[in-house]
Design a protein around this ligand. Structure first.
Ligand SMILES: NC(=O)c1ccc[n+]([C@@H]2O[C@H](COP(=O)([O-])OP(=O)(O)OC[C@H]3O[C@@H](n4cnc5c(N)ncnc54)[C@H](OP(=O)(O)O)[C@@H]3O)[C@@H](O)[C@H]2O)c1
Length: 374
């Protein structure tokens, strides 16, 4: 192991109290030497995804964020939203370290990992909101220093999500898909991958400006869910592409609109008398919950659909190590191009303990994705 290996590290953590209060602070903690097959990474940057916000803050009431501690040693507190404690009980007492992926430089190596010394690596499935992090080399990807820091820091979660979405659709036999909240990082990468792999794609956004952004990006079928003619255009786009599988990050009423659109399109292709709707199979996957309202599915959606939650981590968990390796090497080749990220805001690690900054980070707009420089 290198003599320069750090012994201590700082990291942003959170804890839930019995009273239902989440507190965030910067914890200083011992850093054990890297174990066999592990490296110590000095962190450079990490993205702040919706899932990272959820892990660190839980379902808090953002209107009641309170700045606590001192200017030198800040703390942040907020109560959980009403009724949220019941499903957060297993979090009680745990000190949760933030972050899920990032980029940095290997500064120490455990036995068997010596070849990784001084490499710039993207790392994932480990806490990353700290100065240093120990991680298994199997969770690292060597990244050239030419790759932009934001792309390197977000090399896993969203690119893997996109590749796993495509793989899920393919395994079910679909050649085209619908994606929502589609001006997102995931949405743009999906445009690239579908184009490269010859899959049809219908992208749904919620603002006219996002339609223009995505069309300028090269997307073919881009629909605005806020427009008066959305439902008709949706059916046209499904007719044109044959997209009978949807990956929806929004939920609420949109889920039902899409299932009803698929039913309308399927009925056009059939002449059979079908009192319960078309028998053409279709699938709706919920992979995000940007709209907190309950999902609404109207009768006009027919009955030949399946609805399920979808998480890329679950897909990865069920994949063979060889398949995961194949996906990771595909990402390695497309970093900075196919998997180019779109980050508009940069903050420092300590900013995560400042109420005003955190409030802004809770706005999940196309132009407000946050990168944390460490
Ligand atoms: N299940 C999984 O495994 C998995 C993995 C990765 C990501 N995700 C989910 O995928 C989604 C995209 O992630 P990302 O990192 O690519 O996001 P991002 O780049 O931060 O973009 C977020 C997008 O969501 C849109 N949006 C926000 N609130 C919305 C609402 N209420 N209705 C409709 N659109 C809304 C924004 O559009 P505006 O500009 O119009 O606000 C923006 O384009 C997130 O929901 C994330 O949680 C899920």
């Amino acid at each position: 192991m290198s003599m320069s290996a750090p012994r201590r590290t700082r990291r942003v953590v959170s804890q839930l109290s019995e009273a239902g209060l989440i507190t965030l602070w910067m914890e200083e903690t011992e850093l054990p030497p890297p174990a066999p097959g592990e490296v110590t990474v000095r962190m450079e940057a990490a993205p702040l995804h919706s899932s990272d916000m959820h892990k660190l803050f839980g379902p808090i009431d953002t209107d009641r964020l309170v700045q606590a501690g001192s200017a030198k040693v800040p703390r942040l507190t907020a109560p959980l939203r009403d009724g949220a404690m019941a499903w957060q009980k297993n979090r009680l007492g745990l000190v949760i370290a933030g972050g899920s992926e990032g980029v940095g430089t290997v500064v120490a190596t455990g036995p068997g990992a010596e070849a990784w010394m001084d490499q710039r690596v993207a790392l994932w499935n480990v806490s990353t909101y700290g100065d240093h992090q120990n991680v298994k080399t199997a969770q690292c990807l060597v990244v050239s220093r030419q790759v932009d820091v934001a792309d390197a820091a977000s090399a896993f979660n969203n690119p893997l999500t996109v590749l796993c979405i495509v793989e899920t659709a393919r395994r079910l036999g679909y050649r085209a898909l619908i994606n929502t909240a589609a001006a997102s990082n995931v949405g743009r990468m999906l445009v690239n991958v579908c184009r490269e792999e010859g899959l049809g794609l219908v992208s749904v956004v919620r603002r006219p400006a996002a339609v223009q952004q995505l069309q300028a990006f090269g997307a073919d079928h881009v629909l605005d869910s806020s427009s008066a003619d959305f439902q008709g255009r949706l059916v046209d786009a499904i007719d044109a592409t044959g997209a009978m599988v949807c990956f929806d990050a929004v939920g609420g009423k949109l889920a039902g609109d899409i299932l009803a659109g698929m039913e309308s399109s399927a009925r056009k292709r059939s002449s059979e008398f079908a009192p319960y709707g078309s028998s053409e199979r279709r699938h709706y996957f919920m992979y995000g919950a940007l709209d907190p309202a309950p999902m609404e599915i109207p009768r006009s959606a027919g009955q030949s659909w399946t609805c399920s939650g979808w998480r890329f981590r679950e897909f990865i968990r069920q994949s063979s190590p060889e398949d995961v390796q194949r996906l990771v090497s595909q990402i390695g080749k497309g970093l900075g191009t196919t998997f180019k990220g779109h980050f508009s805001r940069r903050i420092g690690l300590l900013d995560l303990l400042h109420a005003n900054v955190v409030r802004e980070c809770f706005q999940r707009g196309t132009d407000s994705k946050t990168l944390i420089a460490i």
